[in-house]
Design a protein around this ligand. Sequence first.
Ligand code: ADP
Ligand code: MG
Length: 725
Amino acid sequence: MAVFRERALNEAASHQTGRFYFENGPVSGYFGQNVLDLDKMRGYMSQQAYEAVLASAKYGAKLDRSASDEIAAGMMAWAIEMGATHYTHLFHPLTDSTAEKHEAFISFKNGKAFEKFNGSALVQQEPDASSFPTGGLRNTFEARGYSAWDPSSPVFIMDGTLCIPSVFVSYTGEALDTKVPNLKSLQALNVAATKVASLFDDNVSAVRVNLGIEQEYFLVDESLYNSRPDLMLCGRTIIGHTSAKDQQLEDHYFGAIPSRVSSFMKDFETEAYKLGILLQTRHNEVAPNQFECAPVFCEATKAIDQNMMLMIIMQKVAERHHLKAIFHEKPFDGVNGSGKHCNWSITTDTGVNLLSPGSTPTTNLQFLSFYASVARAVYRHHYLLMATVATLNNSYRLGGGEAPPAVMSIFSGSTLYGVFQSILNMDEVAESSENSLESIKIVNSIPEIFPDNTDRNRTSPFAFTGNRFEFRAVGSSQNVASAVYVLNSIVAESLIEFRTEVDKLESAGESRSSAVMTVVRRFLTEAKDIMFEGNGYSKEWESEAAARGLRPIKNVPEAYEVYHEKQTIDLFKNIGVLAANEIEARFEILNETYVKKLQIEARVIGDMCLNHVIPAAVRYQNILIENVKGMKEIFGDESINLCSSEIDTLKKISTYINTLSADVVALVEARKKANRIEDIGERAKVYSYEVKTMMDKVRDSADNLEMLIDDEMWPLPKYRELLFF
Ligand code: ADP
Ligand code: MG
C-alpha cells in the first residue's frame, strides 16, 4: 500500500481510548473554577473597587485609574494562585476565530524579578500592527488597533493564561470585531423591547436576549487527517469519492457513542465545566463521525463567548486523544454537513419569556406582539439575515437537501399558524365590532391550543420551537455574533415601529388592547409571505418562495451586495449598530475572505491532483501496460481479446489523466484572470462563477480515477477510512 496512507492507517488503529482530563467528585465541585466571576472577585479587592467593577459590568460605567489598578492587582493575585503566568486580551476579530497575544506577568527591576499587572494593561492592549482584516478601516501608517476589556464578560484562565474578554477597535474607534456591534444591537433591542413589554407590564425595566447554541462537529483520527492536505489546509476534503456506505442506513444518528469519542467528550466537558460552560447534551449526529453538543442557554454575549471558547477547548482536548475536531460546514461530500443552531429568545427582568404564550389574554397579546414583530423583521430583512450565514464553507452545505434551504422562511407549527390565519382573516379590528370579540376569543384560546412545541420542522431555516426561535442556517465554524447582531437589529427596528404605531392608535382614542391587536394584525399581514409550514427542501417551495418574492441566496458574493442596499444601511444606522464605513469594511472583508479561502482550495486541489492523484494513476497505468505486454508475449494476437478489460481501463485512466491535467491548467488560468480584477466584490464573483466551477470539474476526474486505481496504490486516506475510523 502507498507508504503514507498505510502508516496513517496503522497509526490510527493504534490510537487508544483514555481519559486525560479528569476531576474527582461531582461537576458542581469544579464548575466555574477557572472563572473569576463577580462573586469571587469580591474576595480579591476592596469593597470600593468591587463596586466599581459591578457598575462597569452591569451598567457600562467608566472605571477610574485607581480602581482599575486595584482590580488588576486582584485579578493577578487570583490568577497566580491558580498557577497562571501570563495574561491576554481575547477578542473576536472579523475572521470567525478568536485572537490572543500573551504577555507575561513577570517584570524585572534592578536585576530582580517581580509580578506586575496594572490597570492600564487590564483595560487596554495594543496588538501591534497585526494583520487582522480591517476592510480599509485602518490605514497601514496608522495601523494601531486597540483591544479593550469588556467587563460584562468575566475573566478566566486557560492554559496558564489569564484571558480578558475584550472588544477590538481601530485607532479612530471603528469596530474591528463582531463583539462591538453585537453589544450595541443588544442594547438597542433592550430599549425597544422594554418599550413594547411595558405596554403590558409597568414593572419591566430591561429585556435581555438568550442564546442556546448547538454545536455540530466531525471527529477524524489525527494520523488520517495529517495525511490529507485538503483537510489540513482547508478543513474539508476537496477530492475523495464517496464511501459505499455512509449515512443511508441512518444507524449513526443518536446511536451508541463509540468509547474513544465518549472519552473525548467527557474530557472536553470537564474542561468546559471549569470555564463555567454548562454543557448539557451530547449525541451522535446524522453523518458517520459527526456529533453534537449543546449547553444550556444563557445571556447572548456570554453564550457567544463561551461557544468560541468551547471550540478552542474541543480542538485542544482532541489533540490529546489523537483526534481532530472539525468545525467546517461541509468536510465531506455526500454526507450531512454541520451547523450551529442558534436558539434565540428574549426575556424581561421580571422573568417573563416574551416568546412564550402565557396563561392570560394579556400575556398572549404580549406574546403575539413579539412574535409578529419578529416575523415582520425576518420578512423585511430575510435576504440580509440569510446573507449572515453566506460563507464559502456554508455554501457547500446550505440548500443541499439536508441543511436548511437557502431561502428564508419561518415555521410556526400548525396551531400557531392556525391562530395567525384567523387573525389575518378578520376585518379591521375595531373596538366595538364583532371582530374585537373575535380577536379576544382567539387570544384567549392560545394557551389551550398550544401543546405542540414538539411540532418540529427540520427543513425551515427559522423555526419557532415553543418558546424560542431556532435559526438553523448558521454554519458550524461561524462566530454566531454576526448573525445574532443582525437578528437583534432587525427585531429592534420592528419593535420600535410596533410601539410607535400602538401609540398613534392609542392617542387617536383606541383602547390599548385593540390598538395592539390592530398592529399585530398589520405586522402579521406584512409578514405572511415568510410563513411556511411545508417541506422546505421541496422543488414546489422553491418556486412558491420565488412567487412570494422571497430572495434565495444563490451565490455567496452576490448575497454580500445586500450590504450596499439602502434598507440595510438605514437599518444599521438607525439602530446605531454599524456606521456606513463599518458596513463597507465588512463587505470588503467578507469578499476578501471568500476569495482567499477559494484561492487556497484551488491551489490545494491543483497540488493534490498533480502531486498525488496523477502520479498514482500513472503508476497503475504502467502496471497495466506491463500486464498487457506480458499477455501479448504469451498469447500473441489473442491477447487483444483477453486483455480487453485492462485495455479499457487503461484508456479510461489516460482520458481522465488528460482531462485532469488540462482542467488543472484551466483552473490556474481562471484564478489568474480573477486575480486581475481590482474590485473585490467583482473578483469574488468571478471566483465563484469560474474558479469554483472549474474546481468541480477537477474533482470529478480525480474522484473517477480513485475508483479505477488499485486501492493499494491510492496515496490518500479514503472517505470510508476518514468516516469510520
Ligand atoms: P434540539 O436539537 O431538539 O433543538 P437541543 O437540546 O440540542 O435541542 O438544543 C436546544 C437548545 O436550545 C439548548 O441549548 C437549550 O438550552 C436552548 N434553549 C431552550 N430553551 C431556550 C430559550 N427559551 N431560549 C433560548 N434557548 C433555549
Ligand atoms: Mg435544535
